[in-house]
Design a protein around this ligand. Structure first.
Ligand code: ADP
Ligand code: MG
Length: 324
């Protein structure tokens, strides 16, 4: 199978909303009047972001999911994406499974594949997504206000738990590992929540590198500080390992690290004023995504994690950094 046959077989599909899709030198997109294009790229590299033996269908899903998560964090509606793919070889079964996982998620979000590049090389997947957001309504990192509530969607920690187990640092019961692994390998981008939070959230970010580090980006961009109540944050931990007796097998610090600095969760962290609590609850309901209030934005710079008595905890959990 040659390069062009490969593209035609797995990645060329009829266009829908795009003006021109795969097959020419450029794709053409026509954002609707009054809309801005939201654009983001994320690259997945073998050995860095996934293991060589990962299920290709899950990999296809995740490669697009992490990109859709960026659109979600901006409150943008998915429109289209491009796929730049380096492959060691054109293996039919692998490509079919990869395309299945990728395109199923794409179809679920009405996000069409309009182009890309295909080359031989170490396995590397780079997707660029394009979304639409009404002019001026994108959710940004820079809008958090003193007095705002700090929220997180869904659950945190299971992706890190799975990673610890897959890298052999901990042992987990098979059923617990299977659930946690699902979160690591098939994250759910919170697109519906991002859309529902337009005009409501003052700032937002998606959690890819760990809660503390990513919220830190919001604080820096907004020129504010924050406190997080550790008990409330720990309620974000869904892991059945934690709920069961196996939870006692690990120290409290281990579980805190999973939640506060786990990474790869692809939930949204966002801020909104206390006057918007009912509206935030309604948005969460509309998006069918749980949200939890875990802290508040404060004038004093920095991010404090406090216990029930309001005492600051000393935590040294670095968030993920490829070059640290
Ligand atoms: P060019 O050399 O002009 O950049 P290519 O020969 O690389 O174009 O690609 C031919 C067409 O196939 C282009 O429209 C390109 O966008 C598309 N394409 C290439 N690789 C992929 C891929 N992995 N997924 C989707 N479309 C692709
Ligand atoms: Mg090319």
């Amino acid at each position: 199978m040659g390069e062009f046959e490969l593209i035609a077989r797995y990645f060329k599909r009829p266009v829908r909303r795009a003006s021109l899709g795969v097959g020419d030198d450029c794709a053409l997109l026509a954002p609707r009047p009054g809309m801005q294009l939201a654009v983001s790229s994320d690259m997945l590299v073998e050995g860095r972001h996934f293991f060589a033996d990962v299920d290709p269908q899950a990999l296809g899903h995740k490669a697009l999911a992490v990109n859709l998560s960026d659109l979600a964090a901006c409150g943008a509606e998915p429109l289209a994406f491009t796929l730049a793919l380096a492959l060691p070889q054109a293996h039919d079964a692998w490509l079919a499974a990869f395309a299945r996982g990728l395109l199923a998620l794409a179809d679920a979000h009405g996000c069409e594949l309009v182009g890309g590049d295909t080359t031989r090389g170490p396995l590397n997947i780079c997707i660029t997504v394009f979304g639409e957001v009404p002019t001026g309504q994108a959710l940004l990192r820079s809008g958090a206000q003193v007095g705002d509530d700090l929220y997180v969607s869904g659950t945190l920690g299971d992706a890190r738990l799975a990673l610890e187990a897959l890298q052999g640092r901990i042992a987990l019961p098979a059923d617990v590992l299977a659930t946690a692994r699902q979160r690591l390998e098939r994250p759910t981008p919170r697109v519906a929540l991002g859309l529902a939070l337009r005009g409501l959230a003052t700032s937002a970010i998606d959690l890819s590198d760990g809660l503390l580090g990513d919220v830190g980006h919001v604080l820096q961009a907004s020129g504010v500080g924050a406190s997080i109540q550790v008990e409330k944050a720990m309620e974000l931990l869904a892991s059945s390992a934690y709920q069961s007796s196996a939870g006692g097998q690990f120290e409290q610090d281990f579980w805190r690290r999973c939640v506060l600095a786990g990474g790869d969760d692809y939930e949204l962290a966002f801020t909104a004023p206390p006057s918007a609590r009912a509206a935030v609850a309604a948005a969460a309901l509309q998006a069918d995504t749980a949200v939890r209030r875990i802290g508040q934005i404060e004038a004093a710079a920095g991010l404090r994690v406090v216990d029930a008595a309001g005492h600051g905890l000393r935590l040294a959990f670095p968030s993920f950094d490829h070059f640290a």
